[in-house]
Design a protein around this ligand. Structure first.
Ligand code: NAP
Length: 200
C-alpha cells in the first residue's frame, strides 16, 4: 500500500480525508497535537524533522493551515503574517522540504478555497493566500521533477462549518464529499491543477 501523509488530519476536512483514503493507503496522520506525528507547518525545522522521521512517502495531503478572517480595517500586520506563515508558507514548505522525501511519481495535494475567486468583506488575507497557493501549485508542478505531481483542492463553504457558525448548511458541500476530491486526485494523473469542491 502507498504511504500517504495527511497533515491536518484531526480537523474537519482532515478526518474525512483520512476516512476517504483509509481503505487504499497506509495513512500517517500529522498535526500539531493528537496525530501519529506532531508537526507545526509554520516551522520549517519541524517539517524537516517530520519527513526525516518518516523516510520516503508516496503522497502528501495537506488540509492544515490557519488564515484569519478579519475585516480590512481591523486586520493587523500580525494577522497577515499568520496567514502567510501558516496556510501559505506552511504548505509551500511541505512541498519544498518534502520533495526529496517524495517517491518518484508521488503526489502533493494542497488546499486552497473558494475565496480565491470569490472574495467577500473580511476575506482579503484568505483571498491573497489562496491565490498564492494556486499560483504555487501551477508553477511548482513544472519544475519539481521525477514525475512528482502538485495539485490543490479548492473547497467552497463546507456544510458542517456553516452549521457550526449557526448558518444554513444547504449551500455547503458535506466534508465527506469534499474529501472525496483528495482521493480522486491521488488516483488521477492530474498535475498543476486546482480542483473545485463546491456546489455550482
Ligand atoms: N471549513 C471550510 O468551510 C473551508 C472552506 C474552504 C477552505 N477550507 C480550508 O480547508 C482547510 C482545512 O479546513 P478545516 O475546516 O478542516 O480546518 P480545521 O477543522 O480547523 O482543521 C485544521 C487542521 O490543521 C491542523 N493545523 C492547524 N495549524 C497547524 C499547524 N501550524 N501545523 C500543523 N497542523 C496544523 C489542526 O490541528 P492542530 O490544531 O492540532 O495542529 C487541524 O488538524 C483550511 O486550509 C481551510 O482554509 C475550509
Amino acid at each position: 500500500m502507498k504511504k500517504v501523509l495527511v497533515v491536518g488530519a484531526t480537523g474537519l476536512l482532515g478526518r474525512h480525508a483520512v476516512a476517504a483514503i483509509a481503505d487504499s493507503a497506509d495513512v500517517v496522520t500529522a498535526s500539531r497535537t493528537g496525530s501519529m506525528v506532531d508537526v507545526d507547518i509554520t516551522d520549517p525545522e519541524s517539517i524537516e524533522a517530520m519527513y526525516a522521521g518518516l523516510g520516503s512517502v508516496d503522497a502528501v495531503i495537506c488540509v492544515a493551515g490557519m488564515v484569519p478572517f478579519v475585516q480590512w480595517k481591523e486586520a493587523t500586520g500580525e494577522d497577515w503574517a499568520i496567514g502567510v506563515a501558516s496556510k501559505l508558507m506552511g504548505q509551500v514548505n511541505l512541498v519544498r522540504i518534502g520533495a526529496p522525501f517524495m517517491a518518484d511519481d508521488g503526489c502533493f495535494t494542497l488546499t486552497t478555497g473558494v475565496l480565491a475567486q470569490h472574495p467577500m468583506p473580511g476575506s482579503s488575507i484568505a483571498t491573497t493566500v489562496n491565490c498564492a497557493i494556486e499560483g504555487f501549485v501551477r508553477s511548482a508542478s513544472l519544475e519539481i521533477g521525477r514525475g512528482i505531481r502538485v495539485n490543490a483542492v479548492s473547497p467552497g463553504w463546507i456544510a458542517e462549518t456553516l452549521a457550526g457558525m449557526g448558518m444554513d448548511p444547504t449551500p455547503g458541500l458535506p466534508a465527506a464529499e469534499v474529501a472525496g476530491k483528495y482521493r480522486e486526485i491521488l488516483e488521477s494523473a492530474d498535475d498543476g491543477v486546482v480542483i473545485p469542491a463546491m456546489r455550482t
